[in-house]
Design a protein around this ligand. Sequence first.
Ligand code: KIV
Length: 266
Amino acid sequence: MKRVTVLDLKEKKQKKEPIVMITAYDYPSAQMVDEVGVDIILVGDSLGMVVLGYENTLPVTMEDMLRHTAAVVRGAKRTMVVGDMPFMSYQLSPEQALDNAGRFIKEAGAHAVKLEGGEEVLEAIQKITSAGIPVMGHIGLTPQSIHRIGGYRVQGRDEETALKLKRDAKLLEKAGCFSIVLEAVPVELAKEITESLEIPTIGIGAGPYCDGQVLVYHDVLGIFQEFKPKFVKRYANLRASIIDAVKSYVEEVRSREFPDEEHSYL
Ligand code: KIV
């Protein structure tokens, strides 16, 4: 089975075929999304919130990311797996960024890494890509800068930030990124950025004109319900289904209905 590569993604942009990316954080979820045929699995640092129960993504460590990325890689046979570089794993120096990006590839088996930011992370991106590691950029709402931004809100509504986003996108492309996530950006701005680039954009809350879309697995399935940004579409309500199933199990154990003959060795 042939794995999705950066060349396939570029070709999809040229042919105007939408790219599908979704997050996953463990072996069974990776197997399921791989089976469906998504193009990219992002092992996002969003796992800090939806899997580990932190308030934001800032406490996530390299060890957290490597363990979850390795599990996803074991489950994904044809999908490209992108490991998300956690807060403070690439900001200190280009050398630190390369060292940690290399760990995603060597220790976890990822096929690419993602990191957040524009102009300020260009040297890190250049260093990583010059070692042969594909990098996905991420601009707009960058959750690792949540304290500077002041909240999870749309970015690029005023002229100054819109100009910075357009400039950052071009700089990231020039630095060697193979694609860029645009998060929480107005539709027309995302369209303009997408049309200005040769590399694909992957939108989350950035409207229909991006070259691809990404959503968080636990949002798509309705497992994480602590809050729901406007851009999240739930395709299932698994939280309710899981609660119902576990309730039935609890009731059957308490009433001695389970285990019955069918589930016992006679
Ligand atoms: O961590 C994550 O899941 C992400 C996506 C929302 C793009 O960065």
